[in-house]
Write a protein that binds this ligand. Structure first.
Ligand SMILES: [Zn+2]
Ligand SMILES: [Zn+2]
Length: 340
């Protein structure tokens, strides 16, 4: 039997990946698998596993030979439990990788790629220690941070090399997967040497992150996410606000329906933000309600016309009757959002 090269992909499915980014990653993995399948040596050598992480981490694809790997469907969830994902990685490597003995050569040392757009929301340090302990069994871990809210200070403590992808759009992510595929192809060509990222030309919009000059983490979040409930369908949705350039105001940007089981893994709260800091609204993706209100229970819900003072509506979470005030006269309040 030919020696196997185990490759682990750790994919961030946190809510900040909602919409285009998550779809682009799904598509990217799919395309990567198809191009690798055209390489006869990859078909013999490459074994792939996919670990997803958000509120929890999960082995979405156990380690299998290329031909048996199914492109994973990525499920959006709150939170970024990178620590839990590293725990699973350490456990998988212990279980999966065949050791070299006197009688036979075992597997090549595995590679792991972490793809994330934010910062861990769990205890990543304990898991990072576990990874260090099994490090002799592992060739290298590569961290790919996408967008401008990546915590490279943390990633640099986990990974051997870090790459920054500047934008989170479809174009940048599809280029990232072209590069990732080339990196995997190169590892398959010389599985005894840990992949040297300097050798793989970077695509436009990507750069290697030098450990001596780690990008500073932004102190202001560029994007905020609010969880809302449609009053008419009781379904959940997510509204994204984006910080306007050169100001402290967040502008409503997009709204996304959430799967019914979105919160089943436990939601994470972020510090409340003053309501005067955001502007505009995006229509409810279910009923088209053009605005939203917050109940005193903390639930945000969509608001359909007529939007006029004195109208009574029922909170879809706590069933309390709310009376709409005069728009703009209610004073400021704080809204609990999250940073994904
Ligand atoms: Zn609605
Ligand atoms: Zn309520």
């Amino acid at each position: 039997m030919p020696r196997r090269l185990p490759i682990y992909l750790l994919l961030d499915c946190s809510e900040s990946m909602v919409g285009e980014p998550l779809k682009s990653v799904e598509l990217g993995v799919n395309q990567m698998l198809s191009s690798l399948r055209k390489n006869p040596y990859a078909l013999e050598t490459a074994f792939i596993s996919v670990i997803t992480f958000a509120a929890k981490a999960k082995v979405a694809q156990p380690l299998r030979e290329l031909i048996e790997v199914r492109p994973p469907t990525l499920a959006l969830r709150p939170g970024t439990c990178l620590g839990a994902a590293l725990d699973l990685l350490a456990g998988s490597i212990k279980n999966d990788v065949v050791k070299t003995t006197d009688r036979e050569k075992g597997d090549f040392r595995p590679l792991a790629f972490i793809l994330t757009d934010g910062q861990p929301t769990d205890d990543w340090e304990k898991a990072a220690k576990k990874i260090k302990e099994i490090k002799p069994k592992l060739a290298n871990i590569y961290a790919i941070g996408c967008g401008d809210e990546v915590n490279f200070q943390i990633l640099a403590q986990i990974a051997d090399s870090c790459v920054h992808v500047n934008e989170l759009d479809q174009d940048s992510l599809s280029k990232l997967f072209v590069w990732l595929t080339a990196s995997v192809q190169s590892s398959i060509a010389s599985p005894d040497d840990p992949l040297s990222l300097e050798k793989i030309p970077l695509e436009k919009g990507m750069e290697l992150v030098s450990p001596d000059r780690l990008p500073q983490l932004q102190t202001t979040n560029k994007r905020l996410f609010f969880h809302l409930k449609c009053r008419n369908t009781r379904k959940n949705y997510l509204m994204r606000y984006k910080l306007s350039p050169n100001s402290s105001i967040y502008q409503a940007e997009d709204a996304f329906p959430l799967p019914d089981d979105f919160f089943s893994d436990g939601a994470l709260k972020a510090p409340p933000v003053d309501s005067s800091k955001f502007s505009g609204s995006v229509n409810c993706p279910y009923c088209g309600g053009p605005s939203w209100v917050m109940c005193s229970c903390g639930q945000l819900c969509c608001l359909d016309p007529p939007i006029q003072a004195g109208r009574q509506i029922v909170c879809p979470a706590c069933e309390r009757v709310l009376t709409l005030g005069i728009p703009g006269s209610g004073g400021d309040f704080s809204v609990g959002g999250s940073v994904g």
